[in-house]
Design a binder for this molecule. Sequence first.
Ligand SMILES: Cc1ncc(COP(=O)(O)O)c(C=O)c1O
Length: 383
Amino acid sequence: MNGFLTDTRIKELAAQHGTPLLVLDCNVLKRQVEQLRKALPGVDFFYAVKAFPHPDIINTMDQCGVGFDLASSGEIELVRQFYINPRNTIHTHPIKKNRDIRDSLRFGCTTFVVDNGEEMKKFYPYQNRVGLLLRVSFPNPDAIVDLSRKFGCSPDEAIELLEMAKQMGMHVKGLSFHVGSQSRNSNMHVTAIRRCREILNDYNRHAEIPMSMLDIGGGFPVNYCDTMPDIDTFCAPITEALRDLGEDLHIIAEPGRFLVAPAAISITAVTGKAARGGRNWYYLDDGVYGAYSGQIFDHARYPIRCLKAGPASPSVLAGPTCDSIDIISEEIQLPELEIGDLVIGEMMGAYTVSTATDFNSLSRCEIIVLNKPEAADKIPHIA
Ligand SMILES: Cc1ncc(COP(=O)(O)O)c(C=O)c1O
């Protein structure tokens, strides 16, 4: 057994539902929440819905007391359907259409991230109803996925923007940053916390309404094929740096990957095989236009295995579309596989099906959910 399913159970699920499948286990989500809570005591989490926007994940996170980081009207619609309390949500997209702002306010989410003056002006008509978080940029060479090129003001610009907000009568609740996703170490988190502390102290010294929140973003890593520090080791320096901020500041984070990546596996089947260039090529019924899209967009390399033993040789795993980019692995050691054999991708919960396409009009993988949360007795929240 590897991951959360035995090989026998994997075969049963494939026989019962067909392939391709993505199997999601909600108990693993709960375990991940607990682990991150233990590693970051005192930090409130807002699950980054974009990582895997699935109803059972929304309900599980809600039952665990986790809030939601929303970045589009579609994500708002999803959490609205499950009666999520809008007070437990924040809107984190730094660039919004006016329509996005209105949708968010109609839902009841009133905390918004901004990173420039033009964006701040969009909130002028709603100044009495919103609290802003100013996103500060901290480029991080140790993050696999860069999130600082497109968003965030420099720490030096922050003071100017805070001044501008004050002149406009806008309420800036605090600062936010995201040092990039799948970070190899927490050095940049620590640097960002220290720099934000200086900005908060400078501003709050003379502010009528002091800033009271720091959002430390995401970036908490998981192990794919590369080895990352375990979450306790990764978070210890962050916890230490947060200790210096004092107790009055509300610290929040927007984890995505760490909460959902280990909670799903992909089950695909070999649909064809060929010998090309001295290698066995195996054609699977899912690929980089589907659940393996994270290999393109998220720069991830998932641990892949088959359920067979035997002498291994260098092989190629290709997806089902007509495009040559649709290759999952050019260099993988596999025993001889036959049509119908199963190939398993582990750690496939984050940024996988959420970026899948319908290219070639191929159906997306079916999602099977294990240990679904009980349907909670929820009543709609009136904004
Ligand atoms: C604004 C924002 N918050 C949170 C996240 C989640 O980050 P991670 O999956 O690294 O935890 C992302 C990822 O793209 C993001 O853009």
